[in-house]
Write a protein that binds this ligand. Structure first.
Ligand code: NAD
Ligand code: DAU
Length: 339
């Protein structure tokens, strides 16, 4: 198999490359990544010399670059992770989200139609379903839940999902879509809740919790997500959507307190700051379909996954120190300076 992984220098894409190399070492992997602020070549540096691996720095929105790559590689499978992925940034600057997340998806699918693929897989998010209320813990997102987005990020992901399904119905493109809940694990950019709190704790900086910290997310260890995508791409039904999540709901404030405890830092570091605009209250996935059809279940318990993740950030300070001391520092000062 020749597998094109877009966005493979980012958090989940890189972990997916590692997963493929562990489980299917016979496959050739081509990684296409623009290396935006969120992409980091050092994450995949150990694999750059692997003869079964090729890295290409380019933009999924560039028709010329994408078609040239398909002409050279003729991928059998395309897994599209490339996206602008941070909700807070989408509130500051929506345009790039529409461009990359919707038009980039279109460009990739046009190349798939032209050159032919066995599968185009779109990595989507549970955020396309909007949010659930905090007083109805009996409700979950299923694949039938209507799309109802809150942020420019989630709207752009929902737009892409609709386009993917349209390309299947209109052009017969063999597509699948997965909608996953919040991931955590190694190599996550420290603008997201868990790595941001770990990095700030380790630097004795304040821990900025939005609003009252009561928002609930359904956390999944990144390797479990990678396993689910691999199963869908190889055994999932064309034209179908699969929800991925772990029945592991936690309030933000409880996560932050847990990180403080694990790192022996005082809870007095916690600072409640102005809430995110349009902040979704609760996400919760019903993963019954992927369990019934593909036998997938999350394997990593949160208690273990969070310890492994904290240990990874302790052992790999240089990876994230480089990020927090570079261009990201300006972003942090802008977003949190007067919050
Ligand atoms: P990330 O921000 O860590 O990585 C995104 C990667 O895409 C980066 O390497 C970046 O350089 C690359 N990229 C961005 N624009 C590009 C472009 N125009 N052309 C080529 N490459 C480009 O994101 P992530 O957290 O790894 O998320 C990956 C995918 O999974 C996204 O589609 C996201 O919507 C989805 N998702 C993420 C989560 C989560 O919890 N992180 C959960 C569900 C779904
Ligand atoms: O649900 C899947 C989504 O999860 C993905 O589609 C997104 O790409 C991914 O970024 C993530 O979105 P969230 O907005 O849920 O993740 P984030 O880590 O930004 O925030 C998690 C929660 O923590 C959210 O309720 C906001 C809150 N938060 C976040 C940050 C960065 C804080 O309280 N303080 C912070 O500093």
């Amino acid at each position: 198999m020749n597998i094109l992984v877009t966005g493979g220098a980012g958090f989940i894409g890189a972990n997916f490359i590692f997963y493929l190399q562990k489980m299917h070492s016979e496959d050739r992997i081509v990684c296409l990544d623009k290396l935006t602020y969120a992409g980091n070549l050092s994450t995949i540096s150990a694999t750059l010399n692997n003869p079964n691996f090729r890295f290409v720095k380019d933009d999924i929105c560039s028709r010329e670059a994408v078609f040239k790559l398909f002409e050279e590689e003729h991928p059998d499978i395309v897994v599209n992770f490339a996206a602008e992925s941070h909700v807070d940034r989408s509130i500051e600057e929506p345009g790039i989200f529409l461009q990359t997340n919707i038009l980039g998806t279109q460009t990739l699918m046009d190349a798939c139609r032209t050159y032919g693929v066995e599968r185009y897989h779109q990595v989507s998010t549970d955020e396309v379903y909007g949010d659930l209320p905090l007083d109805r813990f009996d409700l979950f997102f299923t694949e039938q839940t209507p799309l109802h987005t809150s942020s420019p990020y989630s709207a752009s992901k929902a737009g892409a999902d609709l386009l993917v399904l349209a390309y299947h119905r209109t052009f017969g493109l063999p597509v699948t879509i997965s909608r996953c809940s919040n991931n955590y694990g190694p190599y996550q950019f420290p603008e997201k809740l868990i790595p941001l709190m770990i990095a700030n704790c380790l630097s004795d900086k304040s821990l900025p919790v939005y609003g009252k910290g009561e928002n609930v997310r359904d956390w999944l260890y990144v390797e479990d997500h990678c396993k689910a995508i691999d199963l869908i791409v190889r055994n999932g039904k064309v034209g179908e959507v699969y929800n991925i999540g772990g029945h592991n709901e936690m309030r933000n404030i409880d996560i932050v307190k847990l990180i403080c405890r694990e790192l022996n830092k005082p809870e007095s570091l916690i600072t409640y700051v102005t809430d995110r605009k349009g902040h979704d209250m609760r996400y919760a996935i019903d993963p019954a379909k992927i369990h019934a059809e593909l036998g997938w279940l999350p394997e990593t318990r949160f208690e273990d996954g969070i310890k492994q993740t904290i240990k990874w950030y302790l052992d790999n300070r240089s990876w994230w120190n480089e990020i927090v001391s570079g261009e990201y520092k300006n972003y942090y000062d802008k977003m949190y300076g007067n919050r």
